[in-house]
Design a protein around this ligand. Structure first.
Ligand code: PEP
Length: 254
């Protein structure tokens, strides 16, 4: 067995929920309540990333449980004149230990570049958060056979030296559409990402979890999570229903 294969075998999968701009106080509490006990005895790590306003109350509900809490974005600066923005230190202060960065919706809606994601990732690490850096191609880029160039460029541009967080591969055309990439496509891309991470980061790159994201549901989770180099799932829609989210978590590789 190679060092990379051994590292991969040791890895617990991570199932991360991205709530996006969903979750008022009452519904947020109703989603995470069942996760407290539901997380016991799972073979994977569990993380919920609610909107900023719900981080502190949810962190309180989940205190002492096996479920971690994360943010969905942070600013590059620690504090200052940035109206409406939230710093990594503020996420940490509110009870988050993780943060999603460079999600395709932020890259599209807020024109976030690889350079900006790189700076945010550095800020997150400096504040003690574990970053989940998202990459992924559009449908047109895949149709043109450019997916490896796109994802390779995003990894090279977004990950700072010494990166030791998590990467999420999310083909944009599979997010919230009900379409999922085929197992063969996921296998090919995750292998490419693993090789790229090793090239960029050396041995550390062999131990980084690479999540798959894009319309993951309990019904398709088992087959997607069994694909080599898949280190877990980043889940949007299905993370808003605790039973669906736990159903995905129960499908994690043992
Ligand atoms: C996401 O937004 O990260 C995502 C994967 O969404 P969905 O599961 O709804 O496709």
């Amino acid at each position: 067995m190679t060092t990379n294969e051994a590292m991969e075998k040791e890895m617990r999968q991570l199932i991360a929920g991205n709530w996006k701009m969903n979750g008022l106080a009452e519904e947020a509490a109703a989603i995470v309540g069942p996760l407290r006990s539901g997380a016991n005895g799972l073979a994977c790590d569990l993380l919920v990333c609610p909107p900023f306003t719900q981080i502190a109350p949810i962190a309180k509900i989940l205190t002492g449980s096996a479920v971690a809490v994360g943010g969905q974005d942070c600013h590059t600066d620690e504090k200052g004149a940035h109206t409406g923005d939230i710093s990594a230190a503020m996420l940490r202060d509110a009870g988050a230990s993780w943060v999603i960065l460079g999600h395709s919706e932020r890259r599209q809606d807020h024109h976030e570049s690889d350079a900006l994601v790189h700076a945010k990732t550095k800020a997150a690490v400096a504040a003690g958060l574990t970053p989940i850096v998202c990459v992924g191609e559009t449908e047109a880029q895949r149709a043109a056979g450019a997916q490896n160039d796109v994802v390779g460029g995003q990894l090279a541009g977004s990950l700072p030296a010494g990166f030791a967080g998590v990467v999420a591969y999310e083909p944009i055309w599979a997010i919230g559409t009900g379409k999922t990439a085929t197992e063969a496509d996921v296998a090919a891309m995750h292998l490419f990402i693993r090789e790229t991470l090793v090239k960029l980061l050396g041995q550390t790159g062999g131990g980084i979890r690479i999540l798959y994201g894009g319309s993951v549901r309990p019904a398709n989770a088992g087959s997607l999570l069994a694909v080599p180099h898949v280190g877990g799932a980043l889940v949007g829609g299905a993370s808003l229903k605790s039973e669906e989210f736990l159903g995905i978590a129960r499908a994690a590789r043992v």
